[in-house]
Design a protein around this ligand. Structure first.
Ligand SMILES: Nc1nc2c(c(=O)[nH]1)N[C@H]1C(S)=C(S)[C@@H](COP(=O)(O)OP(=O)(O)OC[C@H]3O[C@@H](n4cnc5c(N)ncnc54)[C@H](O)[C@@H]3O)O[C@H]1N2
Ligand code: MOO
Length: 411
């Protein structure tokens, strides 16, 4: 088979896939503690305000701020201590802070009616049991959090599709959401192809190697929040591959196969992908290194991606084409995709017209983050293990020099 398709950029490949993918995942309700890392299935609104009452942020005395105006260490404002608020207590049920009065307050306690600020205990002195001197004035609103200042009742708090983080669980707890509607994680089928492959528990004979990609891709799918299913090793045989692909397509939302994607005579992936259904193969080749011989197809709304056989290439392409899709269901123009800037330790050549992805090891040197390329061919899985991230060299560049800044995403 010749080069039937022109090589696409990563973004063109994403657009082509995105146009035909129908990510329509079912919804399930899970307890809040099981919602970490899951995608929210609907917009959520806060029923209650947080906090539900105005509260102190310090230990001290609730006062009327104007009673403290002009107070200094040499001329304190003297106030009568007429009450105390305890933690968790309804301060409004006790009474009201009057003019010239102060109530003892714990951090987080409810501000009593009448008071509009809290003086920190450090800026008071006890004159006797019932009188304090305030040595520094407070402004109205000082050292308090207003009712609804964190979250207003009725406010939209999180949107559909959001990937829930630890702080999101905290917020949902705060607004009383104890069970969360989330999208069922997409099922991803993983097939490894090649006559040379044997299982991990087998002893490889001459010319044989153990399957690496099934495990690495499975791990990447788990890390991206999907449910991977291994469909095992398939020999380089068109009909066997077609059968396995069909089975995986029925059972999964997305199918990945690795190997058999380049243009050798025995390479069958592109041919098999094109016979599965409409629209079929959308591109064959991406202008990146490593990862060029990638085949992208969509069959009845489900993405089917033929990843290159070399383990590093397969993992890089997974990171670029599969992870964003599993995370968000669609391809977003994500400004945080390569969030780390680091200085390169050595000159690296790169061909213009092709995006290069370098495995790099990040560390600190002279107070600065540096990226040291992990050199080695794309068949060497150990290079991925030594690397901490992936750096991108833009396609218009013919190389990058030692000391240049590069953008890195962490593994
Ligand atoms: N004449 C050319 N040869 C190659 C080209 C090219 O442009 N012209 N491209 C090279 C590049 S780049 C890559 S990447 C590979 C892609 O090869 P395939 O996707 O067709 O994959 P295979 O030929 O089946 O395997 C390549 C390599 O990877 C090993 N492999 C495959 N699957 C696994 C697995 N599950 N676990 C471990 N290792 C695996 C396989 O044994 C081969 O060594 O083609 C280059 N060739
Ligand atoms: O581009 Mo291949 O994908 O170098 O290893």
């Amino acid at each position: 088979m010749g080069e039937l398709f022109q090589a696409r950029t990563v973004w063109e490949a994403r657009e082509l896939l995105g146009e035909h993918i129908k990510a329509d995942y079912p919804v399930e309700q899970v307890p809040l503690l099981e919602a970490m890392g899951r995608r929210l299935a609907q917009d959520l609104t806060a029923l209650d305000a947080v906090p539900g009452f105005t509260r102190s942020t310090v230990d001290g005395f609730a006062v009327r701020a104007r009673d403290t105006f002009g107070a200094t260490e040499s001329l304190p404002a003297y106030l009568d201590v007429t009450g105390e608020v305890l933690m968790g207590q309804d301060a409004a049920a006790i009474g009201e802070v009057g003019v010239g009065q102060a109530w003892r307050m714990p951090t987080g306690g409810m501000l009593p009616p009448g008071a509009d600020a809290v003086v920190m205990v450090e800026y008071t002195e006890d004159l006797d049991e019932l009188t304090i001197g305030v040595t520094r004035p407070v402004a109205p609103g000082e050292n308090i959090v207003l009712a609804g200042e964190d979250i207003a009742a009725g406010a939209g708090v999180l949107s559909r599709g959001h990937l829930l983080r630890p702080q999101d669980l905290g917020l949902l707890g705060a607004v009383g959401v104890s069970s969360v509607p989330v999208l069922v994680p997409p099922k991803v089928g993983i097939i490894s192809t090649g006559d040379e492959l044997v299982e991990t528990w087998e002893q490889p004979g001459p010319g044989q190697v153990r399957d690496i990609n099934s495990y690495a891709l499975y791990g990447q799918a788990v890390a991206a929040g999907a449910q991977p299913h291994i469909y095992g090793i398939v020999r380089d045989n068109f009909n066997l591959l077609l059968d396995r692909l069909k089975q995986a397509l029925v059972e999964c939302d997305m199918v990945l196969l690795s190997g058999g994607s380049s243009i050798g005579t025995r390479d069958v992936a592109a041919r098999a992908l094109d016979t599965l259904g409409s629209p079929g193969v959308l591109f064959h080749g991406i202008s990146i290194k490593p990862g060029k011989p990638t085949v992208g197809a969509v069959v009845e709304g489900k993405p089917v991606i033929g990843l290159p056989g070399h383990p590093v290439s397969a993992m890089v392409v997974f990171d670029l084409l599969v992870t964003p899709l599993l995370r968000h269901g669609v391809y977003l123009d994500d400004p945080l995709e390569f969030p780390v800037r680091a200085r390169l330790t050595r000159n690296m050549r790169s061909a213009s017209g092709r995006e290069d992805y370098l495995r790099v090891r990040l560390y600190q040197e002279n107070g600065e983050l540096v990226a040291d390329p992990v050199l080695g061919k794309s068949g060497l899985i150990s290079t991925m293990v030594r690397a901490t991230g992936l750096a991108r060299i833009a396609s218009e560049k013919e190389g990058v020099e030692a000391g240049d800044y590069i953008e890195v995403k962490l593994f």
